[in-house]
Write a protein that binds this ligand. Structure first.
Ligand code: TPP
Ligand code: MG
Length: 555
């Protein structure tokens, strides 16, 4: 059998259904091998970066291996940003890249790029396949590493090697069981004793607590503890749960911030929330994570427990005594309710039909979408609106370029999500700047009949950057965007387009798009001057903003 036929056999066994990429040159033998079987489909994207982002989104949602491909030189280079997105969010992605013929390597040949070096930082494992007898071992190594160590691996295969015969060999895949780490008894005892001594306990839940929802809620009830969530866990803790405090950090809410800062013990469950300033200074910090290496790297921990969240929280639940004092919880609830009231003021679509507040758009998307909808969101001010107003509920999922925070993730992410879950509603919350970066890939959604709904938060600018410039005291500069008529663009690509310029048309047009079985763009002209007020403002930020406005006025 041919080399790529064997690789596809391995990928089939791992339940891979799609390979995202652009065909050509060195990966033609891969595309040919895909053509000859019917289990794995090649998704021909417009830009390889979109392919890598779609694979990353798919892996984030399913936890399974996702695959992208790029040919020699520029095709491989284009994958890089999407692969970093996968690396930073621990998503298992395999990239297959082509390479120039082996006889030409090292001669500065046309399109020759040192791919081994290019991917050295992004990949956990990379192998250049120069001899077909390296197969299937290198392919197994690449797949097993991506899956078990949760990250990116790369197979770089020159054209001449890719079309060679390989010996037929039996192989074994090692991903059939993912073990879970149980905490040690001594740490559990210490944790229970710290919890029993504390009075005002808050829980910070992260993505690692996704499998532990029930235990988390039961523990929060027993301890009368509010639950703060990281952005990754926004779809784990429903905003209307009686213990939900809100989010933490600049994108968070006042309830979330107060719950973190006013507790005497913070129980961090499966979160690596990176911003040190938002952790409490004097509280006891107890951190549970299945990765020992990350414990203690954000804030000094009084106790770290290495263990799976579900096992650890379930065991702790039976070891801690029930609290009766609800003061801390009530205080946080009041703060959460006050914040919610303030945030929902002025966004009523009937009181001011001219201005469409982005908060209203995020909130309507959350309300009108199905209980198991998947949201894919861009990086920008749009992230703030999604973080605070989307309020995922039921089995809804929210994915982003969480740790890389790359622009342009949302639409390719939606493509990956829709292919992974063809029966679920998928909504992309795109910034106009983000959408413009990879807008060619709307054609991919049309080509493969993916009924994704792309809501463009069209503020005609790089909104977050405008805010950054202002709090730094600079006048706004170079943030404007010259946008096309997105609805017309959607139609000319073969999709469906809607334009929303009045707040009172929003609901009807969103609903029409959600009801449509075709890829849709809903271009919503939002207020360009909306401020993304953080839950806590320091004097420096306020001064910067004042200075910026003065400079804009005088210049
Ligand atoms: C690829 C990439 N380039 C630049 C940035 C820096 N950056 C972060 S947000 C942003 C602006 C996003 O603008 P837009 O998509 O219009 O969203 P908005 O902030 O207006 O909601 C920029 C340039 C980034 N995160 N990623
Ligand atoms: Mg914008």
């Amino acid at each position: 059998m041919k080399l790529y036929e064997q690789l596809l056999e391995i990928l089939q066994q791992l339940d891979v259904k799609y390979i995202f990429g652009v065909p050509g040159d060195a990966i033609n033998p891969l595309v040919e091998a895909i053509r000859k079987q019917d289990k794995i489909k090649f998704i021909h994207v417009a830009h390889e970066e979109a392919g890598a982002l779609a694979a990353s989104a798919m892996a984030k949602l399913t936890g399974k291996l996702a695959v992208c491909a790029g040919t020699v030189g520029p095709g491989a280079i284009h994958l890089l940003n999407g692969l970093y997105d996968a690396k930073k969010d621990n998503a298992p992605v395999l990239a297959i890249t082509g390479q120039i013929p082996t006889s030409e390597l090292g001669t500065s040949y046309h399109q020759e790029v040192d791919l081994h070096t290019l991917f050295s930082d992004v990949a956990l494992y990379r192998s250049s396949v120069y001899n077909p007898e390296q197969m299937p071992r290198v392919a197994l190594e690449a797949c097993n590493t991506a899956i078990n160590d949760r990250g990116v691996t790369v197979l770089n295969i020159p054209h001449d090697v890719g079309s060679k015969e390989v010996p037929k060999t039996n192989f074994h895949l090692s991903n059939d069981h993912q073990g879970q780490i149980a905490p040690d008894e001594e740490s559990l005892q210490k944790a229970a004793s710290l919890i029993n001594q504390a009075t005002d306990i808050s829980i910070l839940a992260g993505n690692g607590s996704r499998n532990a929802k029930e235990a988390l809620f039961q523990l929060s009830e027993k301890l009368k503890a509010p639950i703060i969530h990281s952005l990754k866990a926004a779809d784990i803790i429903p905003a209307d749960h009686p213990h939900s405090a809100g989010g933490l950090g600049l994108l968070g809410t006042r309830g979330g911030v107060e719950a973190a800062q006013q507790c005497d013990l913070l129980l961090v469950a499966g979160s690596d929330f990176p911003y040190r300033d938002w952790y409490p200074e004097d509280a006891t910090i107890l951190r549970i994570d299945h990765r020992g290496s990350v414990i203690g790297r954000r804030a000094p921990n009084d106790l770290g427990i290495i263990g799976d969240c579900k096992i650890t929280l379930t065991q702790l639940l039976s070891m801690v005594s029930e609290k009766s004092d609800t003061n801390h919880l009530e205080k946080v609830r009041r703060s959460r309710n006050r914040w919610n009231e303030l945030q929902s003021r002025n966004i009523d679509p009937d009181s001011n039909t001219k201005t469409i507040h982005p908060q209203l758009v995020a909130s309507k998307i959350g309300q009108l979408s199905n209980d198991d909808a998947i949201f894919s969101c861009d990086t920008g001010a749009v992230t703030v609106w999604a973080a605070r107003h989307l309020k995922p509920h039921g089995n809804q999922r929210l994915i982003l370029s969480f740790n890389l925070a790359s622009m342009a993730f949302a639409m390719p992410g939606a493509i990956g999500a829709q292919l992974a879950h063809p029966n679920r509603q998928v909504v992309s919350l795109s910034g106009d700047g983000g959408f413009n970066m990879l807008m060619g890939d709307f054609l991919t959604a049309v080509k493969y009949n993916l009924p994704i709904n792309i809501v463009i938060f069209n503020n005609r600018k790089l909104g977050l950057i405008k805010m950054e410039q202002e709090v730094e005291g600079y006048p706004e500069s170079e943030t404007d965007l010259k946008n096309p008529d997105y609805a017309a663009l959607a139609e000319s690509c073969g999709g469906v387009g809607f334009t929303v310029k009045q707040a009172n048309e929003l609901e009807e047009k969103l609903q029409s798009a959600f009801d449509s079985a075709e890829p849709c763009i809903i271009d919503v002209h939002i207020n360009p001057d909306e401020l993304t007020i953080p839950p806590k403002i320091n004097a420096e930020q306020a001064l910067g903003y004042g200075l910026s406005k003065m400079r804009e006025f005088f210049e």
